[in-house]
Write a protein that binds this ligand. Structure first.
Ligand SMILES: Nc1ncnc2c1ncn2[C@@H]1O[C@H](COP(=O)(O)OP(=O)(O)O)[C@@H](O)[C@H]1O
Ligand SMILES: [Mg+2]
Length: 223
């Protein structure tokens, strides 16, 4: 699966330098291919999350396009886009997104119950929890988990539907070295197994896991 951006741009309404909006992402072309892991680094406020959210179908661009293979994401209606996102795009958002009233296993199974009437893939979810090293916690509630364990749960959830594209926004923020390496290793493994992986991070350790490291500064991406 391939993610392509063409002339992708995002303005936010906000007074700046005599204008009524400011540009968070300047027009950008980008390609992320199956089997590849690209890292985007850069200081806080440089536009990394804005870019990732446009790639994920969550944030409508001001102009330009995002294609998943041949499909123009923002040409789809709301319903078709949600469904496509759910099936094809694994998103590990910034911050915590666990539903506290559900168990860890139920949190991981969430993407499978949104659109499907079929039985949730319990075995697959357990396998993923095994893979990320928290299978023993599957019946716990998220508030019983450490930061590292919650992150690993988010990775498992993002991978449940076998997405062609995996987008991770600072997935190692606030983790200790051991957990940082565990999460980065999982993303690398997903790429090696054919997923197209984009990693947004401040983490110095990440570069050696990635095929390519890009830097974002004030809305512009460079090598
Ligand atoms: N929904 C929004 N409305 C207005 N400004 C926003 C919004 N989201 C992000 N921004 C601004 O866009 C810039 C880039 O933000 P962001 O993409 O979150 O940066 P990063 O992820 O690199 O820290 C920041 O100046 C931020 O304040
Ligand atoms: Mg961010």
């Amino acid at each position: 699966m391939k993610l392509t951006a063409k002339e992708l741009k995002k303005d936010f309404p906000r007074a700046s330098k005599g204008s009524s909006y400011f540009t968070a992402v300047y027009p950008l072309d980008f390609t992320l291919r199956s089997g590849e892991m690209i890292e985007i680094t850069g200081r806080s406020g440089s536009g990394k999350s804005t870019l990732l959210n446009m790639f994920s179908g969550m944030l409508t661009p001001t102009s330009g396009k995002v294609f998943l293979d041949e499909t123009d994401l923002y040409a789809l209606d709301e319903k078709a886009l949600s469904r496509l996102r759910n099936e094809k795009i694994g998103l590990i958002p910034q911050g915590h997104t666990a539903l506290l009233s559900l168990t860890v296993l139920e949190n991981v199974l969430l993407p499978s119950v949104l659109y499907s009437k079929e039985q949730p893939p319990q075995e697959k979810a357990k396998e993923l929890l095994e893979k990320v090293g928290i299978a023993d916690l599957m019946n716990a509630r998220p508030n019983e988990l450490s930061g590292g364990e919650l992150r690993r749960m988010a990775v498992a959830r993002a991978m449940l539907m076998n997405p062609g594209v995996l987008l991770a926004d600072e997935p190692t923020a606030g983790l200790d070295t051991e957990n940082i390496l565990a999460v980065l290793g999982l993303l690398r493994k997903a790429a090696d197994e054919g997923t197209a992986v984009l990693l947004v991070t401040h983490e110095n350790e990440a570069a050696r896991f990635a095929d390519q490291v890009l830097t974002m500064d004030a809305g512009k991406v460079s090598e």
